[in-house]
Design a protein around this ligand. Structure first.
Ligand code: ACO
Length: 378
């Protein structure tokens, strides 16, 4: 076996073979199972795309209908999960509530049967169906309200917005939200997906797989960046303040949230689509005052660090879209998780098909043969 050099963050080191998605970071190309993201965003729905990712091919009409029906039937959460969530502190972050609730699902379905396709299918459906309900329930309960039951006539995206806002969403907003889910659902072996695959490789249950991925997604260098983008735009406050704000931060070597990517060295194709979705929403419901600031941030960043390949990533414009839909800032990352769960489950299934437990090596740089110092001599 050849010993490889150590690369912090495993940069450039393949950790899996996968046929789920493909990224060309120089050309700004993203494909799910070979299909360009732009085409899926225009023509597909989130559940159809999830099916494509998890089962490898676009579904027939009957297959899609069956999948949609199964999801719809499983949307309600157990009252014991709801009661457990009710006891969570209102001030807790919704990502922590989601992680705990996803893990708690495993308590109810502890019979693990990883070789059985029906077990895989039932787990996929149950997790995808209940995650949006759990997020909406936590949001309502932490603000002193009762959770809203899912509504039958609404699709996946529309139903989530309904459960969150207690009213049926505008059709354009629901379609745009569905496209946002398509854009966020999969992105090769990013940190949370890697985490999902590592957990999956131990042959634990899918609830533990998803819970560990949710925990990883929450960090500000990963899915949590969308929340921080809005905080940054608020802090900047005016278009005139953009340049001095960025110059100050860049000089201090501080990161600008929503910019930069390990793989993309051009503007993230998802950011381009999200920006156009934001504009569609603004044209119908009125412009967000932070959009002008965001555009100026993008312009000044291109000037200052564009040559280093630092451009807007998926998180830069998603927050503005979610804000316009009335989604609270600290739900942006849980919304990301609603989408990404399909990607995690696709990787779970792929990992199981050719499993070997992850067990990398390390370079020990500590001491050896150190004598034990008695308490009195330390
Ligand atoms: N703002 C300013 N400078 C940046 C940024 C940024 N957002 N991102 C990278 N750089 C600079 C670094 O300072 C470094 O410069 P140097 O070589 O002069 O020291 C260089 O670019 C490389 O940066 P790294 O942090 O080593 O890049 P890495 O690939 O490890 O990190 C990451 C990628 C985490 C996405 C980084 O760009 C970042 O922290 N961005 C801000 C957080 C963010 O938006 N995360 C969401 C990513 S998308 C997602 O996960 C869904």
């Amino acid at each position: 076996m050849t010993v490889c050099e150590y690369r912090p963050g495993l940069e450039g080191i393949p950790a899996a073979e996968s046929s789920i998605s493909y990224v060309d970071g120089q050309k700004g190309i993203l494909q799910y199972r070979g299909i360009r993201i732009e085409e899926l965003a225009e023509k597909s729905t989130f559940l159809e795309t999830a099916y494509l990712l998890i089962w490898g091919e676009l579904p027939s009409q009957e297959e899609l209908k069956a999948f949609e029906n199964e999801i719809q039937e499983q949307r309600r959460i157990k009252y014991r999960i709801r009661d457990m969530m009710k006891s969570f502190p209102e001030s807790g972050h919704p990502m922590d509530a989601l992680q705990a609730s996803a893990a708690a699902l495993g308590l109810f379905y502890s019979l693990r049967d990883l070789h059985n396709p029906k077990y895989i299918r039932d787990s996929v459906v149950r997790i995808m169906a209940t995650i949006p309900t759990m997020i909406a329930a936590f949001q309502l309960m932490r603000t002193g309200n009762d959770p809203v039951k899912p509504k039958e006539n609404l699709d996946y995206a529309g139903n989530f917005l309904y459960m969150l806002n207690e009213k049926e969403p505008d059709p354009l907003a629901a379609r745009i939200f569905d496209v946002c889910l398509i854009l966020h659902t999969e992105h090769t072996i990013n940190a949370s997906t890697f985490s999902a695959r590592v957990t999956a490789s131990t042959l634990t249950d899918p609830y533990a797989v998803v819970a560990s991925a949710v925990g990883t997604l929450g960090g500000p260098l990963h899915g949590g960046a969308n929340e921080e983008v809005i905080q940054m735009l608020e802090e900047i406050g005016t278009v005139d303040n953009v340049r001095p704000y960025l110059e100050d931060r860049l000089q201090r070597k501080a990161k600008i949230m929503g910019f930069g990517h390990r793989v993309y060295k051009v503007k993230d194709p998802r950011a381009k689509i999200l920006q156009s979705l934001a504009v569609q929403l603004f044209e119908k419901f009125g412009y967000d005052k932070y959009y002008e600031i965001a555009q100026e941030v993008e312009k000044v960043m291109a000037e200052k660090v564009g040559k280093k390949g630092i451009y807007p990533n998926v998180d830069f414009y998603s927050g503005l879209v979610y804000r316009k839909m009335g989604i609270p800032t600290d739900l942006f990352t849980p919304v990301f998780a609603i989408a990404r769960v399909a990607g995690w489950l696709a990787h779970w299934k792929e990992q199981l098909a050719e499993n070997r437990i992850f067990r990398p090596t390390q370079i020990y740089n500590g001491l050896h043969e150190v004598p034990y110092t008695p308490m009195g001599k330390r």
